[in-house]
Design a protein around this ligand. Structure first.
Ligand SMILES: [Zn+2]
Length: 399
């Protein structure tokens, strides 16, 4: 094994001792984790020096193959940037995000949101303001999850079957779904290693029948769990690429993961037929047009760009939380509670909010120029693809 690969994982584990949210998942050699825990919080400036040396070695490496090196460089730069922030360096916000994710958030012109509002107005005709019609639609489709826990298992089963049929899924994978309260997110996937995941769903949020399907697709099949399980099997177990066992919370790999997950509900065009013929009728929602409902949810998802602007307002323009919240409510078509939850999420997770829209946008651009969307989806699920690589494919290297 190349020493820089081991150095990368061990450095990530060392930084983790300073910040419990620094690592999203680790399923590599347990003795490396133990070693890092025993060493405790090593001085940050020593770790920063190690990160600089590591980046230099990666850039000078002639042995490791290009795609793997490209992945490693982006992830190592994320560790380096995180350490610069931790030692108190005042990095401009854009530089900070670029260092972490290899990609920068742009301010999105409100015309984009306005167009989505116009589209939603057409898709949801009727009396009253658009936000009221959306609330009415939500109330009609809302599912009582506390009384209906078996429902999510059924959705997961259907999505698992479809993922296996058209994409890729290791035979021994499994997912546990748990309901929680009081989290700062709606849903979350914790990858545990050995092809297992724990998906948590926040019961504080209202879940509609359609949103439950898109949530399980995002967190599970063919989203986060599927990506991790495939990459563990193909890259770690078969190829021995141990750098893939360390999943950083803020890194370029997060852009690709959220890109995969936000596109996950759209991977199978016949999924809405299952909703229409099987799932919705059982909930007394058989009169709804599932395809139409997914289109509405997809349009609503694209308003995630509003959250990026709100984060830029807070981080870069020093706007007040009240102003950012009002912006979210107006352009994001959110009620007060949901807008406040997003502000809270932005404050809790730094730059992570950007990954959803940027990941979605990046893959949308890739899928727009390909005729075989599923083939590309498969590649994303099993290769160490980086945002830089995707941009290169889009810009000038598309096969
Ligand atoms: Zn996600």
């Amino acid at each position: 094994m190349e020493p820089i690969l081991e150095a990368f994982v061990k450095l990530g584990l060392a930084v983790w001792q300073h910040a419990p949210d620094f690592v999203d998942a680790y399923f590599g050699p347990p003795e490396w984790k133990r070693e890092a825990q025993e060493m405790g919080r090593r001085p940050l400036d020593a770790l920063l020096n190690e990160a600089s040396d590591l980046l230099e070695s990666i850039n000078g490496n002639q042995v490791i193959e290009t795609a793997r090196l490209d992945y490693l460089e982006g992830e190592a730069r994320a560790i380096h940037t995180a350490l610069r922030i931790m030692v108190g360096e005042k990095l401009p916000h854009q530089e900070q995000v670029n260092g972490l994710y290899s990609i920068s958030p742009k301010w999105l012109e409100e015309d984009i949101f306005n167009e989505i509002h116009i589209k939603l107005n057409e898709m949801l005709p009727g009396e009253g303001a658009l936000i009221e019609r959306l609330e009415h639609r939500r109330d009609r489709m809302v599912v009582n999850l506390e009384e209906n826990t078996a429902l999510v298992e059924e959705i997961a089963e259907e999505l698992r079957r479809r993922t296996k049929a058209s994409l890729l899924l290791p035979a021994d994978e499994s997912v546990e779904i748990r309901m929680v309260k009081g989290a700062h997110w709606g849903g979350h996937n914790q990858y545990l290693g050995e092809r297992r995941s724990l998906i948590e769903i926040n019961l504080d949020r209202p879940w509609t029948a359609m949103r439950l399907v898109t949530l399980i697709a995002h967190e599970g099949y063919p989203g986060h769990h599927t990506e991790r399980a495939n990459k563990e099997l193909l890259l770690v177990d078969i190829k021995g690429w141990l750098e893939q066992t360390l999943v950083l919370s803020e890194a370029p790999s997060g852009i690709v993961s959220e890109g995969i997950a936000t596109h996950a509900p759209l991977f199978d065009e016949t999924l809405t037929q299952w909703c229409q013929n099987d799932f919705f009728p059982r909930l007394g929602l058989g009169d709804l047009d599932a395809k139409h409902e997914l289109e509405i949810d997809t349009a609503l998802f694209k308003l995630a760009g509003v959250s990026n602007n709100a984060a830029l307002m807070l981080h870069k323009r020093d706007a007040s939380e009240e102003k950012a919240q009002a912006y979210l409510q107006h352009w994001g078509l959110r009620d007060e509670q949901s807008a406040r939850a997003t502000i809270h999420f932005i404050r809790q997770t730094g730059s992570y909010i950007y990954t959803y829209y940027m990941g979605f946008e990046l893959l949308e651009a890739l899928f727009a120029i390909t005729t075989d969307r599923l083939a590309w989806f498969r590649r994303l699920l099993c290769e160490p693809v980086t945002p830089r690589q995707i941009s290169r494919w889009i810009d000038y290297e598309f096969p």
